[in-house]
Write a protein that binds this ligand. Structure first.
Ligand code: ADP
Ligand code: ZN
Length: 673
């Protein structure tokens, strides 16, 4: 039999698949071992081909892998889509679709705690009218359709997921459930375990490689029908996939920031598309991308308007720091400058009643933020609607386009205050609180303090057992946690969140406000005593606050989308970033300039690229990280496909990139750091 030629996605950083010969027949979706240089590599067969570049020596496939399963056509198509869309080598995309270890031939009973807890079975509740209508409406769609389920915490979204999974399983298919940061959601897994018992498998980064491999096989062979996992669970080629759920679809942790920089929500929608099955996205504060898609009819919108149990949402109160400061001066207050007399008073009364209080500070990137200490003004880029960040002592820079100006001492807005970098951290709060409340127990919780799952569990039980009076932390602790005795939540300085150098900062801030107001008062202990959220700010009129106080997501989305549209930010068009980095500053700088020139030349040369906007190059907010100097260049375009073609053409075969330099592509970047 004559040798046939095959296109193989080889696990190496190559832009294109390689061609190999093989005497026997192969199939698309088959795993093979192939020679690559002096070593052997795994590869995925993409199909037969006639093309071969005769500059190279033709090698043959060594053998096909007898252990790994043949990948389903829908799944191979999805891998190819990821590679195309995210401009990432297809072989390195395919690599994620294999388990980390070889199959365990004789599965041993693990002595460690099982991956899924054993729980007593529960009785499914009778659906509310709202829930019943949504389940019915979703079920009437045949094949692929993305459904956006919008409803506040406690409105019954999870119960809808459970019903849809039940239906999927009874038709002989399996389900995939994605959750952000699975280690933060033990309560959700327990709930699934009560309903579906031993039908569940889990995949996330906290498992050992052996556990991951065993879980993987149980799904691929169909021994388990429900996969709950973090974003990487998408890459498990589950048997008979018939339903995909993405919980908290707005969460930024769905975006992978290294290697293949995919967004798990978007990848999930495409996985559903290729498998011709429904995709459910759920959130109390949908991403504006998903919301927009539901408004233009691409996704089907389902809304839960009320909570299942009529627990009241807490009252949200805004404290104007400017007015508070004037008052404090008049009264000769001795409180630290970050604490208004009102918030201090609420802290005192909460503690007197024997309840807990929590104070949040959004600290990310804080040192670079400059705001007026009198009116809260912060300088913005005239081109990008992005807050400027401080470089050195007196240089303000836009990290999108490179615009810069000198830091003015006096505030150009109110002419009273001084512009100064924010020097407030959770440690400062802790110290001050210890002084103000010497007989109370104060606990600080932030990324420095809580690094492992064990730390988190200890922290939760300390809170639950009531060994803490005031909790101080970053926004990380505002997520997903439910403490029965928590009555007061304070956001110390909301303005930090307004001033991030990121066009999504208003959206993030709104999400944080809504999350925070979901925290206190969820338990029955607080039934008779109303819980409160206090937000301190210099900008009481800020959009994200005004709408959050009214719990008005739709109003917020409508207004924020107007801004996005005006500047063609997503969801009105695509954004792509290239990060240029090198261990030598001169090289990084030069390459950044070179790319800028190349990009502009390419744009002038081809008509379809005329509508593209090129921003930068500009120094990264973190101009040096891990000994690498970093620059960004950004491209905006209303047509994503044009943008994709442009980036491919700009990079070419990458052989022109000088040694010791790298260019890292990020399609739909969520943050530039
Ligand atoms: P969400 O996912 O929107 O936060 P859940 O589905 O978790 O909402 O529902 C909130 C609470 O209400 C949970 O304790 C859940 O068990 C309960 N619940 C949900 N649906 C019903 C129902 N139809 N009848 C009674 N209780 C329900
Ligand atoms: Zn700018």
């Amino acid at each position: 039999m004559p040798e046939k030629l095959w296109r193989v996605a080889v696990e190496a950083p190559l832009r294109e698949p390689l061609t190999y010969s093989f005497a026997d027949n192969l199939e698309r979706g088959r795993w093979v071992h192939v020679p690559l240089g002096k070593r052997s590599s795994m590869g995925l067969v993409l199909g037969p081909t006639d093309e071969f570049n005769h500059k190279f020596e033709l090698k043959s496939v060594q053998n096909f892998d007898e252990e790994l399963p043949l990948l389903h056509e829908a799944f191979v198509k999805w891998l190819e889509w990821l590679s195309e869309y995210y401009v990432y080598p297809v072989g390195l995309v395919a690599e994620s679709a294999r388990p980390p270890l070889k199959k365990n031939m004789k599965p041993r009973k693990s002595k460690k705690a099982p991956v899924i807890p054993q729980m007593e079975a529960d009785q499914p509740p009778i659906l509310t009218e709202e829930q019943r209508r949504i389940v019915e409406s979703i079920s009437t769609h045949e094949g692929y359709q993305t459904h956006l389920i919008h409803g506040v915490t406690g409105s019954g979204k999870t119960e809808i997921y459970l019903r849809m999974i039940e239906k999927t399983l009874s038709s002989g298919q399996s389900a995939l459930v994605l959750v952000p940061e699975i280690s933060l959601t033990p309560q959700l897994i327990q709930r699934f375990a009560r309903r579906f018992g031993d039908k569940i498998a889990a995949l996330h980064s906290q498992l050992t490689e052996r556990e991951k491999t065993d879980q993987w096989w149980s799904l691929v062979e169909g021994k388990k029908q429900i996969l709950i996992g973090a974003r990487s669970a998408l890459f498990c080629p589950q048997k008979n996939l018939g339903l995909i759920i993405v919980d908290e679809e707005h969460e930024p942790s769905y975006k992978q920031d290294e290697k293949l920089k995919y967004h798990a929500r978007d990848a999930a929608v495409m996985l559903g598309h290729f498998h011709n099955c429904p995709v459910l996205l759920g959130s109390a504060t949908p991403s504006l991308e998903s919301w927009h898609n539901s408004q233009i009819g691409k996704y089907k919108l389902h809304q839960l308007k009320s909570r299942v149990h009529t627990t009241q949402l807490p009252s949200v109160e805004i404290i104007d720091l400017k007015a508070a400061k004037e008052k404090a001066q008049l009264q000769g207050s001795l409180l630290p400058s970050w604490l208004s007399t009102d918030l201090y008073g609420k802290l005192q009364s909460t503690l007197d009643e024997g309840y807990q209080a929590a104070l949040f500070l959004n600290r990310r990137g804080m040192a670079h933020i400059v705001i007026c200490n009198s009116c809260g003004y912060s300088a913005e880029c005239p081109n990008c609607d992005i807050h400027l960040t401080l470089h050195g002592k007196s240089h303000l820079v836009c990290h999108y386009c490179g615009y810069h100006e000198n830091l003015k001492q006096q505030c150009p807005h109110c002419h009273e205050g001084e512009l100064a970098p924010i020097g407030l951290g959770t440690e400062r709060l802790e110290t001050d609180l210890n002084r103000l409340f010497p007989d109370k127990r104060i606990l600080r919780a932030d990324r420095d303090e809580i690094q492992s799952r064990e730390d988190l569990e200890n922290f939760i039980s300390t809170m639950e057992e009531g060994h803490v009076d005031i909790l101080v932390g970053t926004q990380m602790i505002a997520k997903g946690l439910d403490f029965p005795r928590l009555k007061l939540v304070g956001l110390v300085l909301a303005d930090i969140g307004f001033n991030m150098p990121d066009f999504r900062c208003t959206e993030r801030n709104f999400q944080l406000m809504v999350q925070m107001s979901g925290r206190p008062g969820r338990s029955l202990e607080l039934k008779d005593s109303k819980s409160e959220v206090i937000i301190q700010t210099y900008n009481p009129e800020h959009e994200s606050l005004v709408f959050a106080v009214r719990h008005d997501y739709e109003g917020f989305a409508a207004q924020e989308l107007v801004h996005r549209k005006a500047l063609s930010y997503p969801p009105y068009g695509g954004l792509t970033s290239l990060r240029i980095q090198s261990s030598e500053h001169g090289k990084a700088y030069q390459l950044a300039q070179q790319i800028g020139h190349r990009a502009r030349a390419l744009q002038n040369q081809f008509e379809p690229y005329k509508g593209l906007e090129i921003l930068g190059p500009a120094e990264a907010p973190m101009a040096k990280l891990k000994n690498q100097y970093r620059y960004y260049i950004l491209f905006k375009c209303s047509h994503k496909a044009v943008l994709n073609r442009f980036v491919r053409q700009l990079l070419g075969d990458e052989s022109w990139i000088p040694p010791k330099c790298r260019i890292i592509v990020d399609i739909d970047p969520l943050q530039l750091l």
